[in-house]
Design a protein around this ligand. Structure first.
Ligand SMILES: [Zn+2]
Length: 301
């Protein structure tokens, strides 16, 4: 499944061809949102800039391996996030503000997300391997989650989408989810169960499946795939429309939840960048206006 937009494909082709304008254009397009994300995770501004620079270098180094399984933005975010985690030995791991607020201690632990939750004997699982089968299962898992999320979005079922975001993306407990969304805890359990069965159904068809337990991936893995692929994040254009107040009410409510209740740091970084580029555009417009209105004065002298 190729997730690249036409603009992204065009930019990547230009970079691969060695087109002189390609790389500067690509950097210009993504630097703002990446820097906003790095700044939200790293206090020191020059450290944040170093990490963004490393992420761009990482993209160039792995360019041949990038197959477009995620958008270029998401791919860059995931490289950057890994750099941040490496630089801070596992700290600054969280991507949901809500989770960090509810359990502030978690982010300071040096242990990986895998250690947060018990998982069924990871050594026996296809996900613990380092081979093609594991990659296939990861890919299938990402597709399954994507299908699940698209189903909710197409049906405008944002209530259930919010519930599964809180369960899988933010890893909240059922009672916490119930409180955040304003439903009964039993309903959260039902939605979670239904979602897991749909993911399971998807994975059971995979030829790479080595045992039926592989169709029940550990929660931490679901979160990891969610963080890497961002299936529920609104598109940047949607965030832009949200910012302008031109989204229809259902989508507006959802974007608002994703940004302000869940506190998705990727999307918050995008919003910061959108607001800042708006300021820059204002300045550009103002400069043009000043120049145009002053052109006559300069000629007279
Ligand atoms: Zn998001």
């Amino acid at each position: 499944m190729n997730k690249l937009s036409e603009a992204e494909r065009y930019l990547l082709d230009a970079v691969k061809r060695g087109d002189e304008q390609g790389w500067p254009q690509l950097v210009e397009r993504y630097q703002g949102r990446l820097l906003a994300f790095a700044r939200s995770r790293v206090r020191n501004n020059s450290d944040a800039e170093d990490l963004v620079q490393e992420a761009f270098i990482g993209l160039l180094r792995g360019l041949d391996r990038f197959r477009g399984d995620s958008s270029l933005e998401t791919y860059l975010f995931s490289i950057l996030r890994r750099r941040i985690i490496d630089a801070h030995r596992g700290k600054a791991r969280g991507v949901c503000l809500l989770r960090d607020t509810l359990r502030p201690g978690d982010d300071d632990s040096d242990s990986g997300p895998e250690s947060r939750l018990p998982s069924p004997d990871p050594t026996a699982s296809v996900y613990a391997r380092q081979d093609e089968k594991r990659n296939e299962m990861h890919h299938a898992l990402a597709t399954a989650i994507d299908d699940l999320v698209s189903g909710y979005k197409d049906a405008l079922n944002f209530r259930e989408l919010q519930i599964i975001e809180l369960v899988f993306y933010a890893q909240l407990k059922n009672a916490e989810v119930a409180k955040a969304v304003g439903v009964e805890a039993g309903h959260v359990a039902t939605v979670k169960h239904r979602s897991l069965s749909r993911i399971r159904k998807h994975l059971m068809d995979m030829p790479a499946l080595t045992s039926s337990s592989d169709a029940d991936p550990p929660d931490a893995l679901l979160t990891g795939v969610w963080e890497d692929h961002r299936p529920s994040c609104p598109k940047r254009s949607t965030l832009g429309a949200y910012h302008l107040g031109t989204l229809d009410p259902a989508w507006h409510g959802y974007a608002d939840f994703h940004l302000n209740t869940l506190g998705c740091r990727f999307c918050l970084a995008n919003m910061d960048d959108l607001k800042q580029s708006e300021d820059r555009a204002d300045l550009d417009r103002l400069r043009q206006r000043v120049l145009q209105s002053t052109v006559g004065f300069l000629k007279k002298k």
